[in-house]
Design a protein around this ligand. Sequence first.
Ligand code: ATP
Ligand code: MG
Length: 211
Amino acid sequence: MITIALSKGRIFEETTPLLAAAGIHALENPESSRKLILPTNREDVRLIIVRATDVPTYVQYGAADLGIAGKDVLDEHGGEGLYQPLDLNIAKCKMMVAVRDGFDYEACIRQGARLKVVTKYVKTAREHFAAKGMHVDLIKLYGSMELGPLVGLADAIVDLVSTGGTLRANQLKAVEEIGVISSRLVVNQASLKLNRTQLQPIIDSFAQAIQ
Ligand code: ATP
Ligand code: MG
């Protein structure tokens, strides 16, 4: 049995055409089903529905053979035990630093001021500011990072931005790009060695579909 770990929402939506290219169709919609294990039209393939941040963990420990996860999530996880053969070019956005509209980020950097930053992406943020030689106090949040600067919890946020609509709606502005984000196919390294005859055709179909 091949197990593929996916998260609901945009990743599942954008993955559906890729799965179809590999001849894999979920028999139930994860958005409406309460099942966490979804059978597919193929008896030898099942999908498991997990939190986006948990996808690398399931694949790392071999509970799933394949998974699809954002680069944001993979950077935080570290990628241990994972083979990442494909950038799927889906769920594209950017990791950005943002501050309140009136906040002078450049002046802050020039003066070497100590910045308070809220983020879900603590490792990414720590590495980014360290590389710039900036001193920051990082505060871990699990969502709604945009609120931090508005209520005095932080000066800046590190978060994903696609259209910028959420930033604008909360009087924030992006001031720095940390990196471009898209979703990657991740494969359990041991599983690929053991089950290459089953896994390689799926990986190849994905590769073809994204071209
Ligand atoms: P939850 O929203 O339930 O807390 P989550 O934030 O982990 O979970 P999603 O918001 O569905 O889940 O994000 C899943 C992945 O989609 C992220 O890891 C990222 O790679 C990508 N993503 C997140 N936000 C955007 C966006 N605005 N545009 C494009 N891709 C995004
Ligand atoms: Mg989200």
